[in-house]
Design a protein around this ligand. Structure first.
Ligand code: FE2
Length: 189
């Protein structure tokens, strides 16, 4: 069984009301609950039935919804932090985008795209490359085998309570609260 993680330490995060965060935590808990339900249901359904097929089709959506929320909450911290100067991650970002500022423009630009989903800075350990990627909903666009380093939720529920439809203002608040040490830890070196 997957356990729901506690992210209440984030309450009081600048630019995020407690109402929004608590609602978001509740929504995340729903993904954990449904992931656990599916893990159980899939065992008991008869192969070849529509129920069997639909439960399996749904699994990646719920599981990724759970995991992406965990990565998202874990890569935020009150007050934010900065990417370590001279770190391997900074070097690879500079290699791909030319500068941290260019990377940020790209990441924010993807976040401003229409639609609901996630923006992920992902690392491909095989080619040792990093990408800013768009994930539609939770399950379309994930790069197989790549490690999500930084995850930003751009579903409306992530900001509409505090920002209405001003997604850019939410993204700006998110960027100020990034926990770069968590991101660097995922990168691994
Ligand atoms: Fe969300």
């Amino acid at each position: 069984m997957y356990e729901t993680k506690d992210f209440s330490d984030l309450l009081g995060l600048e630019g995020f009301s407690d109402i929004l965060l608590n609602n978001h935590f509740t929504l995340y808990q729903g993904y954990v609950t449904n992931t656990n339900k599916l893990v159980d249901f899939m065992k008991v359904k008869e192969i070849g039935t529509p129920e069997y097929a639909e439960l399996h089709r749904r699994f990646g959506w719920e599981w990724n919804g759970m995991r992406l929320h965990e990565l998202y909450f874990e890569n935020m911290v009150k007050g934010g932090s900065v990417l370590t100067s001279g770190s391997e991650l900074e070097k690879v970002i500079n290699y791909v985008w030319g500068s941290f500022e260019n990377w940020q423009k790209d990441f924010v630009g993807i976040g401003a795209m229409r639609g609901i989903g996630w923006v992920v800075l992902a690392y491909d350990p095989i080619k040792k490359m990093v990408f800013n990627t768009w994930i539609n909903e939770h399950n379309e666009g994930n790069l197989v085998g790549a490690t999500p380093l930084l995850v930003m939720d751009v579903f409306e529920h992530a900001y509409i309570t505090d920002y209405g439809i001003k997604r850019a203002d939410y993204i700006s608040a998110f960027m100020k609260n990034i926990n770069w040490s968590a991101v660097e830890k995922r990168f691994g070196f």
